[in-house]
Ligand binder design. Structure first.
Ligand SMILES: [Zn+2]
Length: 298
């Protein structure tokens, strides 16, 4: 290997992926391991080991880190990772810079996904777009006027915790009635267990809806109605050109997106509907890997 490579690290509470890319964003190799419990040192050592193996001794051109938790992209510090005690104030950019001798960019995963979709996916060519993860939780990343908008405390885009039902379902964050308590994978699983129709997960729900099960389709329409409220709120505030949705929307496609678009249209003033596109993530289920690539400083 002699061509320059970019290293992308997708750092989550359950798994960590390390990938190499060409500078124009073609993924070459990928390794993944279960996130080790305990202090960050073990995970950092494993990341460095896998990175060196993939790079075959070469220094990377740049390194991107997408982290599943609050972090400070300016200082290059992970503030915390949910469900991973011991990951507090980890200066990951400095550690990786020392290990590989390359510049490091870090971003929280929802923002990193937004940047990747904007550069390489369904957001290409747009100036104002909102990305929502729809997986176990709901996170958001905002591209405004062509740039990621992080907010004063790097917390902008927590769209999953807007309240859509006052006094509603309890949310993992401690509040009630959050969008995440109605339309995330976790919330969907809870709704399905209450309905007791023999479907346990969002994935099973999508499979059953695809095979034509009318009850499964109705459940997806119910989820679309909640999601539409959250999305309409974002459109009224930000007036974006595109809304791009991850994981569950990628798997469900129009089974979710068709009722969602109808419902969003119903909630919005006609002026807001002009050119508004609600799309599944263009990078599909590999978005997490490309998110890490997309935040490498080049
Ligand atoms: Zn919440």
């Amino acid at each position: 290997v002699s061509d320059p490579r970019v290293l992308g690290i997708d750092l989550g509470g359950t798994k960590i992926a390390v990938c190499t890319f060409t500078p124009d964003g073609r993924r070459l190799d990928r390794r993944q391991f279960q996130t080790l419990r305990g202090p960050p040192e073990g995970n950092l050592a494993r990341i460095v080991e896998l990175g060196r193996e993939l790079l075959a001794g070469m220094a990377p051109l740049a390194i991107g880190v997408s982290g599943g938790g609050p972090l400070d992209p300016r200082r290059g510090v992970i503030i915390s990772i949910p469900n991973l005690p011991g990951w507090e104030e980890v200066p990951i950019a400095e550690r990786l810079r020392d290990a590989f001798g390359a510049p490091v960019g870090i971003e929280n995963d929802a923002n990193a996904c937004a940047i990747a979709e904007h550069r390489l996916g369904a957001g290409r060519g747009s100036k104002d777009m909102v990305f929502l993860t729809l997986s176990t939780g709901i996170g958001g990343g905002l591209i405004l006027d062509g740039k990621i908008y992080r907010g004063h405390r790097f917390l902008a885009g927590e769209a999953g915790h807007q309240v859509i039902v006052p006094g509603g379902n309890p949310c993992g964050c401690g509040n009630r009635g959050c969008l995440e308590a109605y339309a995330s994978g976790t919330a969907i699983a809870r709704m399905l267990s209450e309905r007791n129709e023999g479907i346990a997960t969002a994935k099973e729900l999508v499979d059953r809806a695809r095979s034509g099960d009318p009850r499964a389709r109705r459940s997806l329409e119910d989820i679309a109605r909640f999601l539409a409220m959250g999305i309409a709120n974002l459109v009224y505030i930000l007036d974006p050109e595109r809304i791009i949705l991850g994981t569950i929307a990628v798997a469900a496609g129009d089974l979710l997106l068709a009722p969602l678009r109808c419902e969003v249209d119903r909630l919005l003033w006609p002026a807001f509907r002009r050119d508004l596109k609600i799309l599944p993530a263009g990078l599909g289920l590999e978005l997490g890997d490309y998110a890490a690539f997309a935040v490498a400083p080049m």
